[in-house]
Design a protein around this ligand. Structure first.
Ligand code: FES
Length: 157
């Protein structure tokens, strides 16, 4: 169930645009932030608010790397696998994350805290190898820095 406050905020935004569907990404992200991922219910609610079909929202959701149609951990780690990061040690960083979290890429840690996903260049090549966690950038990464980051996030969870 969508809280009234969130629904009203979105409806207010929608009322100010000529074509509500232009807000589809904002709406999907807002509902995802609320539910933790873009559930089927959230797809239907997004569609209803924007005057779209659920299928249209579903199709659009598949274009966006940061929209999750399956449940994810509290912290979603997107480790960059594009050229510069790859040249600067992506493979060993990815392997270290997998080992520390005891998961494969695409998986979620047993405590439900971390999901590890790949991502194309996130625009922080000067900080390669880099990753995003819940839209915050980290890099250049080393095993020691990863330990610190994970420990801090665990303590805040
Ligand atoms: S290649 Fe990784 S941030 Fe650009």
């Amino acid at each position: 169930m969508l809280p009234d406050e969130l629904r009203e905020a979105l409806e207010k935004q929608i009322a100010h645009v000529d074509h509500p569907r232009e807000l589809v990404v904002d709406a999907m992200l807002a509902l995802q932030d609320h539910y933790g991922y873009l559930s089927d219910e959230a797809v239907e609610q997004t569609a209803a608010m924007l005057g779209m079909s659920a299928l249209e929202v579903e199709e659009l959701s598949t274009f966006y790397t940061f929209i999750y149609r399956e449940p994810v951990g509290k912290y979603v780690i997107h480790v960059c696998d594009s050229l510069i990061c790859w040249m600067d040690g992506f493979e060993s960083i990815k392997n270290y994350l997998c080992q520390k979290l005891d998961i494969e890429v695409g998986g979620t840690s047993a405590d439900g805290l971390f999901t590890l996903l790949p991502v194309c260049c996130i625009g922080y090549c000067d900080r390669a190898p880099a990753m995003l966690i819940n839209r915050k950038v980290y890099g250049p990464l080393t095993p020691g820095k990863i330990d610190q980051i994970l420990e801090k996030l665990r303590s805040e969870a």
